[in-house]
Design a protein around this ligand. Sequence first.
Ligand code: IMP
Ligand code: MG
Length: 173
Amino acid sequence: MVVGKPYLTVEQIQTKNLQLAGRISNDYEGKDLLAVGILKGAFMFFSDIVRLIRVPLVIDFMIASSYMKFDTSGEVKMHYDIMEDVSNKDVLLIEDIVDTGITLNYIRERLLMKGPRSLKICTLLDKKERRQVDVSIDYIGFEIPNEFVVGYGLDYDNKFRNLPYISIFKKTV
Ligand code: IMP
Ligand code: MG
C-alpha cells in the first residue's frame, strides 16, 4: 500500500483555509460562535481554521466514528459529546470530510436536539458522489472525486493523519 504525492498541497490547503475563515468571520460578526471540531479527522483543519477566524469564539469537540478502514460501517458511534451549553450559541460544526453523510447527519440531529440558536456546517472536503444522506453544507473547501484520501488529519486505519498535505491512498496489488 502506498501513499502518493500530494493531491492537495500545504499551500492549496492554506489558501482555502484563509478563504473559508474569511467567509466565516464575516458571517459570524456579532454572533456567539461555538466552533465544534469533529475528531479525530478534523483536528488539523480545526486548529488551522480557528486560528484564521477573526471573530471571538469558543471551542469544543465531539468524537464520533463510523469508519472501518476503507468503508463506513453505517453505524455511528459517539465517543465524546460537547461540554458547552449550546443555547444562545451559533454552532459551527467543523468536519474533515463528508462522504456518505451518515456521520454528519447523526451529529447534526443530535446537536439540534440541544437547541442551539443556529447550526451550520463547514467541511474541508466533500466527496459528493458517495452521498447517501442529504445534508446541507454551508462551507465547503474542496469537492473531491470518489478516491480514498489520507493526510492532514485523515487516516487509513488511524495512520497518516500527520501528513501535512492530502494524498490519494492506493492499495497496491
Ligand atoms: P460519512 O459518514 O460516510 O460521511 O463519513 C465521514 C467520515 O468518514 C469522515 O469524517 C472521515 O473520518 C471518514 N472518511 C470518509 N472518507 C474518507 C477518506 O477518503 N479518507 C479518510 N477518511 C474518510
Ligand atoms: Mg471525521
